[in-house]
Design a protein around this ligand. Structure first.
Ligand code: NAD
Ligand code: 6OD
Length: 484
């Protein structure tokens, strides 16, 4: 039986209380997770604090960069272990985990290590009242102990997307992985020890949110900054915790993202693009498209084409290389998504395809499966169109004019991402300016350059990470004023 232990100060730490980790493919038991208690979370934060004045603090930047490259190489060396761990925790298909999750998990260390080597700070020479001069310049110092609270949808990718820049900037971290997906954060502890990361720089505490490791960590007074990815409501709770002691927060939260297809789009590319944005990772991508708007002249043809794509997925065991569609992360999440499937039907939606649980072999029937689902015919006021479902489903609405679709797309409390499909360059630029989102992809989706800003508008987040924006969050900028 696999045990997932806490990783504190370079040591594996068990606790008196464990919880189950199950594989969503068939609900089989993967292993038991040691839930960190308040004392162990405190131990982890203390270890992270102490490491800020150990060898990590005095390490020269090129050595820190080299060590982070070694972490990335360590992940790649154990690629198959990470892959298996991620596939078991999430149920995601081999093709997706091997091309997206694990390679990005390693790249997050390399990219931010390289960035830190090249990051400039500001300089202002000034004249002083006594006729002399002074020189102002910025010095970036690590923020301190960073709490990294993670979701379950892209566990390694989203955790390292925070840990990579945090460590590159010289901080230490305490990671709280999602209770659903403890495996890859734990494995990373092994890599940290293998490459010689000083003890206490990277710590992992397992558990849940309220009255568990998540709450203990975010309320801990010796944490200097909290970076959180997850639901908007959880972000509100963490923001309240961070207010005590005025700690910095960076939030990547929920979304209800629009996909907009103009009649002049390259039809096949638009269909392929929306297929990905609506159904990749079984719809469990924060950037995913749950509201599709298609210009009326191509509406019927588009609905038909997307239906064919949705019905073309191969559901099954994720170790089978031909499988293209996995289950949801848990049976609890399955219940939530199915409740929206029922709601859509009850509200009179036309169910173009799906709408329930797929027929699968006996061995998989206890897994967290739902069908890829498409609806049409709902009013924009429906909860199915307004609330984040986080499943493999979308509603397709026709539109006539650009003004009309902008108004519908922006009519949401969220503002994370949009994907727009058009061959008209002017439309592309106008839409990018008009959509109230943090990320607007045109003729693409989830095309990532880690130097760019990433984050959400409105209730989809607070702050930006990526490139220099990550450096802003993970460092304090100090101004030195030298009277010459
Ligand atoms: P969640 O908010 O339920 O949990 C995220 C993490 O927070 C988990 O580790 C959980 O244990 C912890 N947590 C829960 N309550 C807490 C509390 N009171 N105090 C401290 N920690 C607490 O989110 P989830 O269900 O794991 O992930 C899905 C959500 O994440 C979706 O809403 C999705 O849109 C969002 N998400 C957003 C982005 C983004 O970049 N904007 C990326 C991925 C996921
Ligand atoms: O690519 C990234 O850096 C990132 N943060 C992706 C988020 C995906 C959300 O599910």
């Amino acid at each position: 039986m696999t045990e997932f232990k806490n990783f504190i100060d370079g040591q594996w730490v068990t606790s008196g209380k464990t919880f189950e980790n199950r594989n969503p493919i068939d609900n089989s038991l993967i292993g038991m997770v040691h839930e960190a208690n308040a004392q162990q979370v405190d131990q982890a934060v203390r270890a992270a604090r102490a490491a800020l004045s150990g060898p990590w603090a005095t390490m020269k930047t090129p050595d820190r960069v080299a060590l982070l490259h070694a972490v990335a190489d360590g992940i790649n060396k154990r690629f198959d272990d990470f892959l298996e761990a991620e596939m078991m925790d999430t149920g995601k298909p081999y093709g997706l985990a091997s091309h997206v999750d694990i390679p990005r998990g390693a790249a997050n260390f390399k990219v931010f290590a390289d960035l830190i080597r090249n990051i400039p700070t500001e300089t202002f020479p000034m004249e002083t009242p006594d006729g002399g001069h002074a020189l102002n310049y910025g010095i970036r110092v690590p923020r301190g102990v960073i709490a990294v609270v993670c979701p379950w949808n892209l566990p390694l990718l989203l955790m390292t997307w925070k840990v990579g820049p945090a460590l590159a900037c010289g901080n230490t971290v305490v990671v709280k992985p999602s209770e659903e997906t403890p495996a890859t954060a734990t494995l990373l502890g092994e890599v940290m020890n293998e490459v010689g990361m000083p003890a206490g720089v990277y710590n992992v505490v397992h558990g849940f949110g309220p009255d568990s490791a998540g709450q203990f960590l975010t309320e801990h007074p010796d944490v200097d900054g909290i970076t959180f990815t997850g639901e908007t409501r959880t972000g509100e709770v963490i923001m309240r915790a961070a207010a005590k002691g005025v700690r910095a927060v960076s939030f990547e939260l929920g979304g209800k993202n629009p996909g907009i297809v103009f009649a002049d789009a390259d039809f096949d590319k638009a269909v392929a693009g929306i297929t990905r944005s609506a159904f990749e990772n079984s719809g469990q991508v924060c950037l995913g498209t749950e509201r599709v708007y298609v210009q009326r002249p191509i509406f019927e043809r588009f609905v038909q084409a997307l239906k064919e794509r949705a019905e073309g997925f191969k559901l099954g065991d994720n170790r089978d290389r031909n499988t293209t569609f996995g289950p949801l992360v848990s049976r609890e999440h399955q219940r939530k998504v199915l409740s929206y499937y029922e709601k859509a039907a009850a509200e009179g939606a036309t169910v173009v395809t799906g709408g329930g649980v797929p027929e699968l072999p006996e061995a998989l029937k206890d897994g967290a499966w739902v069908q890829p689902t498409i609806w049409t015919g709902l009013p924009e006021t429906s909860p199915v169109i307004r609330e984040e479902i986080f499943g493999p489903c979308c509603h397709i609405q026709p539109f006539d004019t650009e003004e009309e679709v902008i108004a519908m797309a922006n009519d949401t409390p969220y503002g994370l991402a949009a994907t727009v499909w058009t061959q008209n360059l002017s439309t592309a630029h106008r839409m990018s300016a008009a959509l109230n989102v943090g990320l607007c992809w045109v003729n693409s989706w989830f095309l990532r350059d880690l130097r760019t800003s990433f984050g959400g508008a409105k209730q989809s987040g607070l702050g930006r990470e990526g490139g220099v924006h990550s450096m802003e969050f993970y460092t304090e900028l100090r101004n030195a004023c030298i009277k010459l």
